[in-house]
Structures are given as C-alpha cells and as structure tokens.
Design a protein around this ligand. Structure first.
Ligand SMILES: [Zn+2]
Length: 495
C-alpha cells in the first residue's frame, strides 16, 4: 500500500485535533506494509514457509505529563485511534508523580531513509529461494550429521512517521537473515553443534544478494562441517583460569548482553525490572565508571549501510547518531530516546544526557516505542590480526558461537557456553576442545580486555531476535565486533 494524500490528511488532522484538545505532544506511525517471510529447511524437508503481512497506525500522545498509546489496523478507525490514545493519556495522567515531556522541541522537516538494496528479496521467486537453501542443505548429507537446519528470513517495511512538531519521516527498510546449524553425537554420547549466521561488513547493500554472496554465507558450510567432525572426537575443555579470544560470532553476544542491554536508558530507569531485569549502571555512573580497559571503545552507530540496526530515523523521528558509549574504558553515554532522557535528567536533577541517541524503536505499528540497541560496536584496535593475537597468547582458548547464556538480572555477571574452542599454547593453536564455557563479572571482565584486533578481524554480526518490553517486542539490530582477548578468565566447569 502507498501512503495517499487522504491518509496524510486524516493523520495530520488527528494530530492537530489532539493538540487543540490540550495534548502537549502527539506522534503517529503508519506502517503501510510490514512484510516478513521465513523459510526453514529442517533435516532435508521444507519445514516452514511462512509469510506475514501487517499494516496499521500507532498513535502516542503526551497529556499532562503522561503518555497514552493506541493502534489500529483498520483505516476506517484512524480517527477513533487518535481519540483512544488521548483517552489513555488522560487516564494515565491521573496517576502521574513525575510529569514527563519530550524535552526541547525539534525543528520541523521532511526526511527520507532507504536501506540500500540491489535485489529485493520479495521479488525473488519462492522456488529460487528454496533451491538456494537446499543447495546448502545438500552439503550436510554426512553420516556424522544427526540434525541439520538451514534458515532464511526476509523483512521489508514502509514506515511513515508524523509528529506535532511538523516532523515527517518516510522510511523503506529491508533486512535479510540467514543461519545454518548442524549437530552430531560425540564420542561421549553428547550432542555437539556448529552454526553460521549471515554477517556483513557494514558497507555493502543488504538485499537478497547479501544471502547469496558465498563469502557471507554458503561457503561457510564446508568449514562448519569440518569443525563439527573434529568436535565429535574432541576432549572437554578443562576447568581453569586462562586467556580467552572471542571471535565476532561470540563477541557480539558478549557485547549485546553485558554492554548493550545494561546501557539502555529505560532499563537503567527500571522499566524492565519485571521482565528482563535492571542494570548495574545508574545515572551517577556516566563520566565516572571505568567499564573496561583503555582498549575498550564502544560506539552506538546507525551509519552502517547494511545492518538491521541502521534505520536512519528512530520511531520518535530522531536521526540515528554515531556516538561513543564507552571511551577508552570510561562510560560516557548510553542508548537513549527523547522521552527517556527527559525523565532521566529530571530524576537526576541535572543534565546527564543532552540529546536523543535515536534509539527509540517499536517492533510493529501496534507497539509503543521503547529504548533499543541500534548498532552497538567495539571499535577495531591496534593488536593486529587474529594470528597476531594468538601468537601473543601463552595459555588460552579461541571461542566461537554461543550455545547458552545466563546473565545476572542487572547484567553484573554472566556465564556463556560456546560451540567450539581452539586451544592456544605458547602462541600456537593446538587442538579443538568441546563444551567450552566461561564466566565473569562484567566490569572486572572488560577491565581484563588485553587485545583488540584490527579492521581485518572486524565484522557486523546481525541479531534478528532481541526480546524486550511487555508485551514483548522482538527487534533486529547489529554489532560491529573485532576479535577481542581477555585475560585471567574462569573457563570450563569444575568436575
Ligand atoms: Zn537482546
């Protein structure tokens, strides 16, 4: 569906009417098309071929310091939707203790963003997509492979944003995800697995061509097959303190869970306490907390051309920004929206945050936006290639891909299990080890960061299923991550 003049008039009139009735601020998001297609080949069978289509309007209103939200999928209901959002804000305003606001008014303007795409995944015939996945599946016909899965997901949405300050944003967003996972039974009778997720280098186009680029996806089938075969004959990692070298396939989740989530401002303010937990970071931590060693610089960056965390403008109409969250180990900022920085500054009684980080996101038209990760990245360092880092390691392990994770409710500590470890002794990779795990306390752990790989080790890992909010909102984002090394980490399990 295209945005028509008629839609525009109804939405603008709805906003004006609520402002006339005393609303302090109104925004409306109209998703004319929100498409998703998932294909799953499981053990050689097309197990799932599902397509979803959504379209509708979400309206958020601020009245007497309280927000109200309403949504509808029926165009005939748009006027009613504005009315309901206003009624909800009015009801909420009766309970307000701390009046909220959107902060400083932003200048009006028209903005446009489109994900760079060479081949629209929704223009590719279904058979071609299924055949492509089967080509990969066919490479996994081996006696030692017990279970196999090849998966692709395509997303495309047209989203229009309007607010009472005269901001209009037109966005066309495309995401492509892919995963292959194989499992086998090892010599002890335990299940082992290897997987590969479609990744990017942040600077290419992000249509169907990303999935069919062998460097990013299909060529990795041979590698994970060989690694699984070796894993099935491998010994367990023994318990002990040693260095760990995280490849981006594991480093991204480490950063996601122990830097990304604890630095979402709504979480810091306690909005996630009853679901996913809080944060050990508080409003006094900024400019003071030594989150990591001098080698740790973390950015929030929406400028990668191809990452699901790049969307141009957030769901409050703020542009995505490139800014530092952690600067040479020092915590300096977090992931913010206009609504939350105003509340945080009021609660702190001083200006902790200046402007929105453009991180206000809603998963669908029928959910109110909350603070979400955009792309949370570790900047490449000066410790060379993976080989250089290995050659400077006396006793350690290289780790890739998570199998399970358990994280403290305030993200203050963590325990991860990975698919595979390569032992490193005296600067050389020796053998593959199975069932690797590691654990640590977040701040102590990042302060033990001793090497950060250069740009040759860096890539953008895609996240298709970050969950947050009540009701739950599944969100897509990215992490630009180099190879990272930490020292004196507790690894393996005590027997
Ligand atoms: Zn998450």
């Amino acid at each position: 569906m295209q945005l028509t003049k008629q839609h525009e008039t109804i939405i603008k009139n709805g906003i004006d009417r609520l402002i006339g009735m005393g609303a302090e601020y109104v925004d409306a998001r109209f998703l004319t098309d929100d498409n998703s297609e998932s294909l799953v080949i499981y053990d050689g069978n097309l197990e799932s071929n599902s397509t979803e289509f959504q379209s509708g309007l979400g309206v958020r209103v601020l009245y007497n310091g309280a927000y109200g939200f309403s949504a509808t999928s029926k165009i005939d209901n748009f006027e009613e939707c504005f009315k309901m959002a206003f009624e909800n804000a009015k009801a909420a305003s009766l309970l307000v203790k701390l009046p909220l606001s959107m902060g400083e008014k932003k200048p009006a303007g028209k903005f446009f963003y489109e994900s760079p795409v060479a081949k629209d995944p929704f223009d590719i015939p279904l058979k071609e997509k299924i055949d492509f996945l089967y080509e990969i599946d066919n490479q996994f016909k081996e006696d030692f492979i017990f279970k196999k899965m090849v998966y692709a997901n395509f997303q495309k949405k047209n989203a229009y944003f309007f607010n009472s300050e005269g901001i209009f944003v037109d966005r066309k967003l495309t995401n492509v995800f892919g995963n292959m996972t194989i499992m086998g039974i090892d010599k002890a009778g335990e299940m082992q697995r290897r997987s590969h997720e479609l990744f990017t280098f942040g600077n290419q186009t992000r249509g169907y061509e990303l999935l069919t680029n062998p460097n990013h996806f299909s060529s990795h089938a041979i590698r994970i097959k060989s690694e699984l075969e070796q894993l099935l004959q491998a010994d367990d990692l023994e318990y002990g303190k040693r260095s760990i070298i995280l490849l981006p396939g594991q480093g991204f989740l480490q950063v996601h869970e122990t830097i990304g989530h604890p630095l979402e401002l709504d979480r810091i303010l306690g909005y996630e306490l009853s679901y996913a937990g809080g944060s050990f970071v508080n409003l006094d931590s900024f400019g003071k907390l030594k989150y990591g060693s001098d080698k740790l610089t973390v950015t929030a960056f929406g400028g990668f051309a191809n990452s699901p965390g790049s969307f141009g403008y957030d769901d409050e109409g703020s542009p995505e920004r490139n800014y530092k969250l952690i600067d040479k180990g020092l915590l300096v900022n977090c992931l913010t929206s206009r609504a939350m920085i105003d509340e945080a500054n009021k609660r702190a009684g001083r200006e902790v945050f200046k402007e929105s980080g453009g991180a206000s996101r809603a998963t669908a038209f029928y959910r109110a936006p909350i603070d979400r990760m955009t792309n949370v990245n570790i900047e490449p360092g000066e410790d060379g290639s993976l080989e250089d880092i290995i050659s400077n390691t006396e006793d350690g392990i290289v780790l890739d891909n998570p199998t399970s994770w358990s994280i403290g409710s305030n993200r203050e500590h963590f325990h991860f299990a990975c698919e595979i470890a390569w032992e490193v002794k005296n600067g050389k990779k020796t053998r593959i080890l199975k069932n690797p795990t590691y654990q640590g306390h977040t701040v102590e752990f990042y302060n033990s960061l001793s090497a950060v790989g250069d740009k040759s080790t860096w890539r953008v890992e895609q996240v298709s299923n970050c969950g947050k909010g009540e009701p739950n909102q599944v969100m897509q984002l990215g992490h630009g991550i180099p190879v990272i090394k930490f020292d004196n980490v507790i690894t393996g399990e005590r027997k």
